[in-house]
Design a protein around this ligand. Structure first.
Ligand code: SAH
Ligand code: SF4
Ligand code: F3S
Length: 439
């Protein structure tokens, strides 16, 4: 046994997936996972830098771990994820306590790297972005006890939206082979996973050209018949690559959940152009109409940025107008944040914090009303819930609808891991309250 490891994870599902992959490597290499950094001999911080706030969170945790390392110099301390990729060797220079900077495509090399640190006391920076990160399932049983799993079907991004740092920290798009993805899915299902989310920055542009070329809709059709797979989800989609063929999947495929996360970012065509998003408000609305025709109960969630450089009151009103027209089930809203090296960073007419925050408040107020209205529409309806565990207050069971809404309800039997029918009785902004109708 090598000792104990702890990985602190921030950022998106891609990072969570990377943490799980790395953890499996570490277990195979001889380390054991622990629940707290206090008990660990190897501590890794998996970081996000999509907005400045995310980066600050990472740096502040790093500071606390460095303080710990000063007390216990025997600890191996590493940083991974998107801050590590972006800042690379600078981090080792700045923080003498840091042993390792592990880039986003270096996860598969972790054991060799750790060996160098353990044996020779080296300090290592590994941030090659050209590597291929597809890694086969390596630790059978790691996911036992979980009901929901994810598979990274592609990595990287080619879109270079002008505000976004992801293409710089995740490299160019690379799709993994359908064979690899199917093997991952079968392995997860064999460990008890009932719901799989297919992950990528832009899953719609998935394309494997090995042998017969397979695009994203074809991939879904290959995976959906797998026995024991009750639910499929995917994230994230880019509107420019949302094809009719994919929309048709929502009509045809039973276990494809009726939910799409389709970030729109802005309702102003002028701003969308500056963002390099290559669609208009009108084409976006057209896509949502097609999706709702194909699957009337589809839940639509989205991301939006307020205060992009040059955004006028009128541009902002276009965003509000789009929100009113679409009525998203849920919306993740962010104030624009400059990211180093992006083209938006170099744009003029930056918006003041004051205006950004006042726009954000207005937008979030409106979305609260819409979310509540959408949730109220479910009252009296029956929904199928995958029971995931106990609610936050631990007094009820909790699970999600196919549209990904949280439902709490009581049951005198333990029904975790079952698909049950629930009648929705009451709804609030964050969750629904229901009663069990069959068991
Ligand atoms: N690949 C996904 C999203 C990646 S980042 C996609 O293309 O939709 C998640 C969200 O963070 C984005 O949708 C965007 O709304 C937000 N975001 C990205 N960069 C940002 C920045 N510089 N400032 C504020 N929000 C940002
Ligand atoms: Fe960023 Fe745009 Fe790529 Fe999404 S599609 S990761 S927002 S560059
Ligand atoms: Fe953040 Fe990297 Fe994901 S920047 S959002 S962790 S791809």
């Amino acid at each position: 046994m090598k000792g104990h490891f702890y990985i602190a994870t921030m950022g998106c599902q891609m990072n969570e997936n990377d943490t799980d992959t790395l953890a499996q490597f570490l277990i195979n290499y001889g380390y054991n996972p622990v629940e707290s950094h206090e008990d660990a001999d190897l501590i890794l911080i998996n970081t996000c830098t999509v907005r400045e706030k995310a980066r600050q969170k990472a740096v502040s945790l790093l500071g606390r771990m460095i303080a710990l390392k000063k007390r216990r110099p025997d600890i191996i301390l590493g940083i991974m994820g998107c801050v590590a990729q972006q800042e690379g060797p600078m981090l080792l220079k700045k923080y003498p306590e840091l042993d390792l900077v592990l880039g986003t495509r270096e996860i598969g090399n972790i054991t060799g790297i750790l060996n160098r640190i353990e044996e020779n006391g080296e300090r290592v920076v590994a941030t090659d972005l050209s590597a291929d990160n597809a890694i086969p399932v390596i630790h059978d049983g790691y996911f036992k006890g979980r009901l929901k799993g994810y598979i990274s079907i592609m990595e990287g991004c080619n879109n270079f939206c002008s505000y976004c740092i992801v293409p710089y920290v995740r490299g160019r798009e690379k799709s993994f082979s359908p064979q690899y993805i199917l093997a991952q899915a079968e392995n997860l299902i064999s460990q008890g996973i009932m719901e799989i989310t297919l992950l990528g920055q832009n899953v719609n542009s998935y394309l494997s050209s090995e042998g017969n070329s397979v695009n994203f809709p074809k991939l879904i059709r290959m995976i959906s018949p797998l026995k024991g797979l009750y639910r499929i989800r995917f994230t994230t989609s880019h509107p420019k690559d949302l094809s009719d063929e994919l929309i048709k999947c929502f009509r045809d495929i039973n276990n494809l959940c009726p939910h799409i996360h389709l970030p729109f970012q802005s309702g102003s065509n002028r701003v969308l152009k500056m963002m390099n998003r290559v669609y208009t408000k009108e084409t976006y609305i057209g896509l949502i109409n097609k999706l709702r025709d194909a699957r009337p109960d589809i839940a639509v969630t989205s991301d939006v940025i307020v205060g992009f450089p040059g955004e006028t009151d009128n541009d902002f009103m276009m965003t509000i107008d789009l929100m009113e027209k679409i009525e998203f089930d849920n919306l993740f809203s962010f104030v624009y944040s400059d990211r180093k090296g992006t083209s938006a960073e170099k744009m003029d007419n930056k918006i003041s914090d004051e205006i950004k925050l006042s726009r954000l408040n207005k937008l979030q107020g409106l979305q609260k009303e819409i979310t509540l209205k959408k949730n109220k529409m479910l009252e009296g309806k029956e929904e199928e819930i995958l029971v995931e565990g106990l609610s936050k207050k631990m007094d009820q069971f909790t699970g999600r609808t196919p549209g990904n809404k949280i439902v709490n309800f009581t049951s005198n039997k333990n029904i975790i891991g079952q698909l049950v029918k629930i009648k929705i009785e009451r709804s609030s902004i964050n969750s629904l309250q229901g009663i069990l109708i069959n068991n």
